[in-house]
Design a protein around this ligand. Sequence first.
Ligand code: ADP
Length: 208
Amino acid sequence: MTDRYKSVLLFGAPGVGKGTQGKILGRIPGFFHLACGDVFRSLDMTSELGKQFLAYSSRGELVPDELTIEMWRQNMHAQTVLSLFKPKQDLLVLDGIPRNVAQAKALHKSLDVLKVIHLSCGDEEAMMQRMRRRALKENRMDDADDKVIRHRFEVYHQETHPVLDFYHSSIVVNIDAVGSPAQVFMRVLEVVVPVQDAHFNQPAAAAN
Ligand code: ADP
């Protein structure tokens, strides 16, 4: 298992801000961010896989593991072939996958998980509020209906949260997700910069 991608996982309940943090991190050289939900949303919705995604996500359910893992593998392969992701230089920042223990097991042969960043916020009502705003802004069906949002939280508690126990407690870091994106990002950087330092040689930034 020498060629596993060195990775950190952004982990947390729906609406906690994983995507926001991941997108900022992904802009920094040496980090590659991949959000599983974004990959699903970029599918052609008239294709078989696109239709399956819509059917599950509109109910607040997870897409079946086999489809998810296969899609993830193909996407990673494409990103690597196109040199958008360079496994020898980039720390992979995964967001939204693995989302249950079966996925964590299936990814074990492909991922060398160095840290699991658990973004946590005790206030589920505040997260639901964010999701309602996001539904309007991003036209997301799965966030438009309160019943679906509630179900997404149930799925998170039942299926996703147990993933934290799959990883050794020494690599799981809890981060307070309450605060502005910049405040939370400072906490995230405190975790990921030492990981990048320890595992990759980063060239100094160009002076321009
Ligand atoms: P959020 O960021 O709000 O937690 P995502 O954008 O990550 O939501 O995911 C949206 C939907 O895409 C999920 O509700 C689920 O239906 C599907 N999905 C995303 N990632 C996975 C995954 N790893 N396994 C199964 N389904 C997934």
